[in-house]
Design a protein around this ligand. Structure first.
Ligand SMILES: Nc1nc2c(ncn2[C@@H]2O[C@H](COP(=O)(O)OP(=O)(O)O)[C@@H](O)[C@H]2O)c(=O)[nH]1
Ligand SMILES: [Mg+2]
Length: 265
């Protein structure tokens, strides 16, 4: 990215247990932003973030790794951290220099103690962030079940900002609830998503889930503020912009926790 100004840079730390899907998510982001033409694979030892022989051997991340992608004139520094308890220090240090966290929860593995630990230390530095649910392509998983587990474990309410199209092995894309746009992903690891119409069977669910119909939050005190500030009807042409602003304020104040889902990459 040419001439990046400091105000256009965001450091984002990915936190969770081993096997949650952090390194794979970075690969998917690299492909979707066009930084690579094909997602690498953890098992094949071809990811950008697990590059050390020790990481190839163990097939897990051992150190924090950094990469930068460019998205809508913003430079995102993604910090992929190791999930094992013996490497907590790495993840904690990365949190302290980050602007936001991505807490990853794999729908088939649920919330584990490593995730709760990460939540605790990010709370001490009031790091805002988003939950990202992976593994929804696995059998007997659902967004509803994953959301329930997250909300109960962390005693929060989440705002769902994207919905999967399809379920389990049939997942084929996502609906971005903020812009009301649906995307299909080719599933070949190229990240070349294609804009599609929202499936007719999902229209009701999309309207119901759209931010603006409900709030909310990490620290319960902030919830009403964000819901009030950003509420508007989903058909309002300013919907997306108002919600972006509302979410941005909410994230900044740590009063909002969003929840996003994977596609099938
Ligand atoms: N089916 C499926 N597998 C995934 C998903 N995300 C990651 N994986 C696989 O899960 C394993 C662990 O993923 P990895 O990215 O290394 O997790 P990390 O330890 O959190 O970095 C790898 O074999 C990935 O290919 C997902 O959304 N669906
Ligand atoms: Mg990893």
């Amino acid at each position: 990215m040419k001439d990046t100004k400091p105000e256009s840079i965001r450091n984002i730390v990915l936190l969770s247990y081993n096997g949650a899907g952090k390194t794979s998510l970075v690969e998917a982001i690299l492909a979707t932003t066009g930084a690579v033409s094909q997602m690498g694979s953890v098992t094949a030892g071809t990811t950008a973030m697990d590059y050390e022989p020790e990481e190839h051997h163990r097939k897990i991340s051992v150190h924090s790794s950094l990469c930068q992608v460019s998205w809508h004139d913003t430079a995102l520094n993604l910090i992929d951290t190791p999930g094992a308890p013996s490497f907590y220090a790495e993840a904690r240090q990365a949190s302290y220099i980050s602007d936001a966290a991505l807490w990853i929860v794999n729908a088939s593995l649920g919330v584990k103690s490593e995730c709760e630990k990460a939540w605790e230390y990010t709370a001490t530095v009031e790091l805002p962030g988003l939950f990202f649910v992976t593994g929804l392509d696995k059998e007997r998983t659902s967004l509803k079940a994953a959301t329930d587990v997250i909300e109960q474990s962390f005693e929060i309410k989440t705002i769902i900002v994207s919905l999967p199209i399809g379920q389990e092995a049939g997942i084929e894309g996502v609906v971005d609830l903020i812009t009301g746009t649906a995307y299909r992903y080719p599933g070949d690891g190229s990240g070349k998503r294609q804009k599609i119409d929202i499936p007719p069977t999902m229209k009701e669910e999309v309207e119901r889930q759209k931010p603006g119909h409900h709030g909310i939050t990490r620290h319960s005190g902030g919830s009403v503020a964000i819901a009030g500030r950003a509420r508007c009807h989903a058909s309002d042409p300013c919907h997306a912009q108002r919600w972006r602003t509302g979410l941005a304020i909410g994230f900044h104040e740590c009063s909002v926790v969003g929840l996003r889902v994977q596609n099938d990459y």
